[in-house]
Design a protein around this ligand. Structure first.
Ligand code: ADP
Ligand code: MG
Ligand code: MG
Length: 930
């Protein structure tokens, strides 16, 4: 029964934030390591919950409080509620998670008619005493008695106006006395009772008010906004603490500080203070505070104490602290401390510095940084001081911010880009043939499509900002404009995108450029040493490979060859290949593609030498390389008209017997030429219709293409192997890996492998040297997971393609899911995350785990990675580490985040294993994501 609700700062367990709240726990810790904290005690969060449960304070709570007050009296030599040296206290709230400014602090509690006289006697400062009194009446009136501030303010303002002063410092004792009396009257009028004279009663009312405020609207809204669950912060504690005064004269002050500069991470005194002021004055902006360094001149002795305080805080917490202090008659007191919030630059710098100073270990230096924070450092971002309001909101599809002129098609984007204009490519959605526009654009905006839409995936690969599916925007390419609400954006108008938030702004908004600092390089070097998992990049072109290298990729985990096909000079050959009706025609086109692919591979392999490059053989359905049916129909219609014109001209010449009266452009066109083009287009149309599938993503693609058109895969394999031979000849050490997509059975693998073997043999004979490469499969069908043993017998590596595998496991098409029902599923708590962003550990993860186990049963040294988009996400990475994958592969610009995350995954492996254990033993429904 006799539960302990109250803990003296000297006794409380400073690590139990859940029980004592963050502020209370830190006050206990600081007291116990000898920092000068005014004495006090904490009433626990358990007392709060019991109070809210029973609508009254727990039975013996006030007895325990009285007891603690007795101890405070003994410690300070002051008396509570009476005497000539009265004890005054502050009553402060504080829950496990900081909720800044949520609940007001009551200062100077303990003042009544009698102690007011005592305070005057004690301090000899009547003005000070009345100032404290009027502050207390108002705060207590507001917080504990629920009287609105205005009721007090009107009297305060009236007096100031009458006296003719702007700031409170201009008021004399008599004025403050008058104000105090008016305030007491306000209380009487508003509550029908006198201001409580019994100080224990004051304390009880204040404690109850703090407890009640936990359920107040402000606090409830805040917790909802920041997703603070009851599990994270359950109830608030109350801190009762002896008052110290920063407003008793010029040898007094109050201030706030950071142990280091939170903007730059610089190791320097940082903060502000005010002389002769009380707590709230610094934050309230009543007077302009001075930078802490000024104290060195003004109060050198106290400045030295402050430096000592700062050092003590940092060496104890081993973390940057955000602290509050007050100086009373030359003595420094610390009133609060908590971990400082910093931007990414400062967080990285302080990690490296604190390790250098011997304050923390490398492990701590890595663990204190949230990997996601690094994103900030790798992309331009919007100036946080900008006040502009977005006009539209889409999906944050690829991070970074960019401004530029709106352009509605890729050709114009390319043209303007080439002359040095900054452009944003704005489309309803993009297609592979828009790729040259991506290269030229600073950013991409689409009004349709999800986070795996073409625009999103390509932009991420290139590290360019992209906002996708901004449905509030209607793009009208023909009129060269877009409508957003009541705004019209014309081609050439400047807009700004934030691909990290999905926001779209009109006009140019200043951006801050990223920097890959020396500190970040050093830190990530430590991460690489610590980690088990390797970090590869998804990179499709030689340029992307170079970018990935700069970000520290340890190889390429996914090189999608079809991305190489989309370049403008190659697409026509690819189209010839698709249109071919005979194997000879197809072979002719493939013969033209072979040297092009080989050259690309040589470039990519050389860039990544001596690290592995995993090349995926052709994956997407062929129709993706062809124009749409609609587009072809339009073109054929125009060509038919053109043909009539040409024919008419011939007829005219023949009839009139005169030479051409027609304008230039028509002069050198014969009917046969037009007919040729027309025939080609009609052929294409027939092919497009022939290739039409109800479900292209589940249709004729991946290895299925390789089986039906073996010569396509043969050409790609030959290009890879010849590139390897060529590199070896150049003395460049390379490690190509040939990867087959969409596999469902070992027989498919064997078929492809036989081509590999045939070509290897041939090439080895020709070159006289042994080829170094490996052969493996993507795991992206459910059947591949179930047949892992048989596949492992025929593959040296597995790579989980978790985009397709997730679609297959959920039976969701990603586009439809993200655009239609997924947001609702997340909101309703049916699914916790978007499984296309964060790996679904409970579902897809189970399949992965099973596949890893079965695969390694057959082949102990099976190399296993993940190359889906989730591979760059820290939580996914933690799981990949847990199940023993060999590497993760993600888009190049995401590599630094992943490098830190793989180290953190290693350092937190125990914690995660426990979490997994707990997760798998609870039933469906407890956690939304199960
Ligand atoms: P918050 O959670 O909003 O930071 P605090 O509990 O820290 O609120 O209190 C607000 C202000 O009251 C602080 O600026 C602090 O300096 C001042 N304050 C709190 N307790 C005392 C005390 N015992 N003596 C003097 N000032 C105090
Ligand atoms: Mg505070
Ligand atoms: Mg796939």
């Amino acid at each position: 029964m006799n539960r302990q609700y109250v803990y003296a700062f000297a006794d409380g367990d400073g690590h139990d934030k859940k029980l004592l709240g963050g502020k209370g726990a830190n006050l206990c810790q600081m007291t116990q390591i000898g920092i000068n904290v005014p004495p006090g005690f904490v009433i626990s969060t358990e007392a709060c919950l019991d109070y809210l449960d029973g609508n009254q304070l727990p039975d013996d709570l006030m007895d325990a409080v009285r007891d603690q007050i007795g101890r405070l009296e003994a410690a300070t030599g002051k008396t509570f509620g009476k005497g000539s040296d009265p004890l005054l206290v502050s009553v402060r709230s504080g829950s496990a998670l900081s909720m800044p400014g949520m609940m007001d602090t009551i200062l100077n509690l303990g003042l009544n008619e009698e102690t007011l006289t005592g305070l005057i006697e004690q301090t000899g400062n009547e003005r000070f005493a009345y100032d404290a009194y009027r502050r207390f009446i108002q705060l207590f009136g507001k917080v504990a008695l629920g009287i609105p501030d205005e009721k007090f303010d009107e009297h305060f303002e009236a007096v100031k106006k009458r006296v003719g002063v702007k700031a409170d410092v201009g008021l004399k004792t008599s004025h403050l006395k008058e104000i105090s009396e008016k305030f007491l009257e306000v209380v009487r009028r508003e509550t029908g009772e006198d201001f409580p004279q019994d100080v224990i009663k004051q304390l009880q009312l204040a404690v109850e008010a703090v407890f009640r405020s936990w359920k107040g609207k402000r606090a409830v809204d805040y917790r909802r906004e920041f997703n603070i669950t009851p599990d994270m912060a359950n109830g608030t504690a109350v801190n009762v603490q002896a008052m110290v005064f920063g407003n008793m004269g010029d040898d007094c002050a109050t201030g706030v500080g950071f142990t280091r500069n939170p903007g730059t991470g610089e190791n320097e005194m940082f903060g502000e203070y005010l002389t002769n002021a009380q707590g709230e004055d610094v934050v309230a902006g009543i007077r302009t505070p001075k930078p802490l360094v000024d104290m060195q001149e003004e109060m050198p002795e106290q400045f030295a104490q402050l430096v000592e305080l700062r050092n003590k805080l940092e060496s104890h917490y081993q973390e940057i602290q955000d602290y509050e202090f007050t100086i009373e008659k030359g003595t420094l007191y610390c009133l609060q401390t908590r971990n400082g919030k910093m931007n990414a630059v400062a967080t990285v710098k302080t990690s490296v510095d604190m390790f250098g100073e011997g304050l923390i270990s490398k492990e701590q230096a890595l663990l204190r940084i949230d990997p996601e924070l690094l994103e900030q450092l790798l992309h331009p971002r919007l100036d946080p001081d900008s006040l502009a309001e977005p006009v539209a909101l889409g999906l944050p599809a690829s991070p970074g911010a960019a401004s530029g002129k709106c352009v509605f098609d890729a050709d114009l984007a390319e043209k303007l880009g080439r002359i040095g204009e900054q452009v944003i490519l704005v489309r309803e959605e993009t297609r592979p043939e828009d790729i040259h526009g991506f290269f030229a654009a600073e950013g991409i905006l689409t009004s349709r499509g999800g986070k795996t839409s073409h625009a999103a995936v390509v932009a991420r690969g290139m590290g360019k900002p992209c906002v996708a599916g901004a449905e509030g925007i209607t793009v009208d390419v023909n009129q060269r404009l877009a409508n957003v609400g009541h705004h019209i954006i014309h081609e050439g108008d400047i807009i700004t995108l934030d691909g990290g938030t999905g926001e779209v702004f009109l006009g140019a908004i200043p951006t801050i450029q990223p920097e890959f600092s020396v500190d970040l390089k050093e830190l990530l070097g430590w991460a690489d040493e610590m980690a088990d998992l390797q970090v590869m990049a998804n990179a499709d072109t030689p340029d992307a490979a170079r970018v990935a290298r700069e970000y520290g990729a340890m190889g390429i985990g996914l090189c999608r060859t079809e991305r190489m096909f989309n370049a403008k000079d190659r697409l026509p050959i690819v189209i010839d290949m698709i249109l071919a009706n005979t194997q000879e025609d197809r072979q002719a086109a493939l013969d033209k593609l072979l040297p092009i692919q080989r050259a690309d591979f040589i470039d990519v392999f050389t860039t990544m030498s001596p690290d592995p490059v995993t090349v995926r053989l052709l994956d997407p359905p062929m129709h993706e390389f062809l124009p749409t049916e609609q587009q072809l129909l339009g073109e054929i219609e125009s060509l038919s008209l053109y043909r009539s014109v040409v024919r008419g001209r011939q007829t005219a010449i023949a009839t009139l017997g005169k030479s051409s009266p027609l304008p230039e452009p028509f002069s050198d066109l014969s009917e046969e030429m037009v007919l040729d083009v027309l025939t080609k287009k009609e052929l294409m149309l027939a092919k497009v219709r022939e290739l039409t599938e109800t479900n292209p993503m589940l249709g004729h693609r991946g290895v299925r293409l390789g089986i039906t058109y073996p010569e396509i895969y043969a050409m790609q394999i030959q290009a890879i192997l010849e590139a390897a031979v060529e590199c070896a000849r150049n003395g460049v050490e390379v490690r190509p890996e040939i990867m087959v997509p969409q596999v469902i059975t070992a027989t498919e693998l064997k078929r492809v492998k036989s081509t590999v073997d045939r070509l290897t043999k041939q090439l080895e004979e020709e070159s006289g040297s042994k080829l170094q490469f490996s052969f493996g499969t993507m795991i992206e069908t459910v059947r591949a997971c179930t047949r892992a043993r048989e596949l492992a017998a025929n593959a040296e590596f597995f790579s989980f393609g978790t985009n397709d595998l997730t679609q297959a496991t959920f039976s969701f098409s990603r586009e439809d899911a993200e655009n239609k029902f997924l947001p609702l599923y997340n909101e309703a708590g049916i699914l916790e995350d978007n499984p296309f962003e964060v790996l679904d550990i409970q579902g897809v993860g189970q399949l992965i785990q099973m596949t890893v186990e079965r695969g390694r049963e057959v082949r102990e040294d099976l190399k296993i990675g993940i190359c889906g988009e989730q591979g760059g996400h820290p939580k996914t990475i933690q799981f990949c580490h847990h199940v023993g994958l060999s590497y993760v592969s993600c888009s190049g610009p995401r590599v630094p985040v992943a490098r830190l995350a793989v180290a953190n995954a290693k350092l937190r492996e125990k914690e995660f294993a426990e979490w997994m254990q707990a997760g798998s033993s609870v039933s469906e429904g407890r956690s939304a994501s199960l």
